[in-house]
Design a protein around this ligand. Structure first.
Ligand SMILES: [Zn+2]
Length: 284
C-alpha cells in the first residue's frame, strides 16, 4: 500500500501550486480565466560574504508563494512558474559567481513566456521580481511595455523601486542602502535560513552607502558605489521575524498589483490574514 502523502508542517500554510510540479491533466482541469501565473525573477549575483548568489530568487519565490496564497483565498488559481535566474547584473559583475546576461535576453524571455501563457488563455501574468539592478529593471519595463501593447494577457509588474511600493518595505529599503543588508538578509533568514552564513553575517559592519544615490550619480558597479564586498545596508541587524513581515508585505503588493491588472477592486483586499491564507479553501 502506498504511503499517505506527508502532512504539511503544523502552523505552516500549504505550498502554492507550482506549475513545474504539475501534470498536464492537472493544468487542463483549471479554469484558464481564473489562472494567475506568477513568475519569480531573481539573479545569480554576489550578495555579500554571507548570503547566497541566488538571494534574489529566494526573495522572489517567497513573494510569489505569499501572493499565491492570498490570491487562492480569493478564488483565483495561482500557479507559481519556474523562476528566471539568468538576468542582467552588471553592478555585481566584478564578483566571482555572478552570471550576468544581456538585458535584451531578459526582455525576450519575459515576452516569450507571456506569449506562451496568453496562448493558453490564462488571465494574468504576475512578475514577482526581487532583483533591482537598473539594467535589469529596464529590461523588465521594456518587456512589460511589449506585453501590454500586445494586450493578450493582463500583466502585473510592481516595480518595488517605485512608489507606491518602495515606501512599504522598511527604512533600509527606502534609503537605497539595500543589497544583502537588513532587508534582504531578513527575508532569507525567514525563507531559507540554512543558506545564511550566520557567523559572517552577524560580524559584518553596516555599510550605509546608498546604491540608489550611486545609480543616480552615474556609477555602474558595486565597487564604485562603495560596496567592496558586495553588500549595502546592515546585515547584522537582520532577523527572521522582520523577514516574515517583509514577505507578508511583498505578498500583499503582488496581490494588489494583480487585482489592479485584472480590474478587480483592490479595496476588497483586506479579508485575508497576512501569511495565513486559510488552508481549507485551497483546491487540493
Ligand atoms: Zn538582492
Amino acid at each position: 500500500m502506498p504511503a499517505p502523502p506527508p502532512e504539511p508542517a503544523a502552523g505552516r500554510p500549504p505550498q502554492p501550486d507550482r506549475l513545474a510540479d504539475m501534470t498536464w491533466p492537472e493544468v487542463a482541469a483549471l479554469d484558464p480565466a481564473r489562472v494567475v501565473a506568477i513568475l519569480p525573477v531573481g539573479a545569480v549575483e554576489a550578495h555579500g560574504p554571507h548570503l547566497p548568489l541566488a538571494t534574489d530568487r529566494v526573495i522572489a519565490e517567497a513573494m510569489a508563494d505569499e501572493g499565491a496564497r492570498r490570491l487562492a483565498a480569493r478564488g483565483w488559481a495561482p500557479l507559481v512558474l519556474p523562476a528566471v535566474d539568468y538576468t542582467a547584473a552588471p553592478f555585481a559583475d566584478g564578483f566571482p559567481g555572478t552570471v550576468s546576461v544581456r538585458p535584451e535576453t531578459v526582455t525576450a524571455a519575459i515576452v516569450d513566456v507571456a506569449s506562451a501563457l496568453a496562448g493558453r488563455g490564462w488571465r494574468c501574468l504576475a512578475v514577482a521580481n526581487a532583483h533591482l539592478d537598473p539594467a535589469h529593471l529596464g529590461a523588465l519595463a521594456a518587456a512589460a511595455d511589449r506585453v501590454r501593447e500586445e494586450g493578450r494577457i493582463a500583466l502585473a509588474f510592481p516595480d518595488l523601486t517605485r512608489q507606491p511600493w518602495a515606501g512599504r518595505l522598511g527604512e533600509e529599503f527606502a534609503s537605497g542602502a539595500c543589497h544583502a543588508g537588513r532587508y534582504e538578509g531578513s527575508i532569507v533568514l525567514a525563507a531559507r535560513p540554512g543558506l545564511v552564513r550566520e557567523e559572517a553575517r552577524s560580524a559584518l559592519p553596516a555599510n550605509p552607502a546608498s546604491l540608489s544615490r550611486a545609480i543616480r550619480a552615474g556609477q555602474t558597479t558595486f565597487e564604485q558605489a562603495g560596496g567592496p564586498r558586495a553588500y549595502f545596508g546592515d546585515p547584522a541587524a537582520a532577523s527572521a521575524e522582520e523577514g516574515r513581515e517583509r514577505i507578508a508585505e511583498l505578498g500583499r503588493i503582488l496581490e494588489e498589483a494583480v487585482l489592479e491588472a485584472v480590474g478587480e477592486p483592490v479595496s476588497a483586499s483586506e479579508p485575508v490574514a497576512a501569511g495565513a491564507a486559510p488552508a481549507g479553501e485551497r483546491r487540493r
